[in-house]
Design a protein around this ligand. Sequence first.
Ligand code: PMP
Length: 287
Amino acid sequence: MTRTVYLNGDYLPETEAKVSIFDRGFLMADGVYEVTSVLDGKLVDFEGHAVRLQRSLTELDMELPLTRDELLDIHRELVRVNEVVDGGVYLQITRGAPADRDFVFPDPKETPCTVVLFTQSKPGITESAAAKTGIKVISIDDMRWGRRDIKTVQLLYPSMGKMMAKAAGCDDAWMVEDGFVTEGTSNNAYIVKNGKIITRGLSNDILHGITRAAVLRFAAEAQMEVVERNFTIEEAQNADEAFITSATMFVNAVVEIDGHKIGDGTPGPVSARLREIYLDESRKAAI
Ligand code: PMP
């Protein structure tokens, strides 16, 4: 089946959707994105993603060319026509395509944003091998820019981080700045010690994960103790458990960091419980 995608108001076969070579997303990574996961054909936490999208755009002086309801309709229509059961919807908004390359932002009245959405089908996404066995991570220096709270399409360093992990026989990398873990290349990072869930607090240093917000809320509701503070790789290696959260991996155990096994090297009870609660609650609340 040829995938139908959305580009600037049109639903098109993916092969016919074309963007200008002068698009600032292409030339300057001048754009933001969101990934909303789909379970049982429904959108998980659409509201959270819509709110974060608006914040990213505001921080970059860009205007959302669509209302929240229009955005929701496009997401739903793409899920419907592409018959997505499990997977996700990728959305990207760039500062559009001016007549020529220029560092200066174009006038938004003359250069409308480019809006792209497409679906990704991932049958059985909740039953992945990574979820069963947990993942192995390496640590790398965090060499990204200083506004990681804005969800921009500058993903070269995270992409290089995944390649470094792959070269080391691992699944992902946790990034470290000034001695403390910031986050994973595409996820938020957590450890568990003596029943306490520990994760870095929100700031410009990390992306404010939509899954993170939901998981911390569910943890508090389940009377689990959450502490938002920095932690080191050494502390993580000596923790009882470690895990990550993201819209595409939900809650996933981390069982090895830089070759050092966490606990007994298998997914622990806290991450397993949080994953179960997160998936149950997300399915119930999906729209
Ligand atoms: N941190 C980074 C750097 C990410 O790229 C992502 C996923 N986009 C996350 C955290 C997790 O965010 P979310 O739970 O909203 O997917």
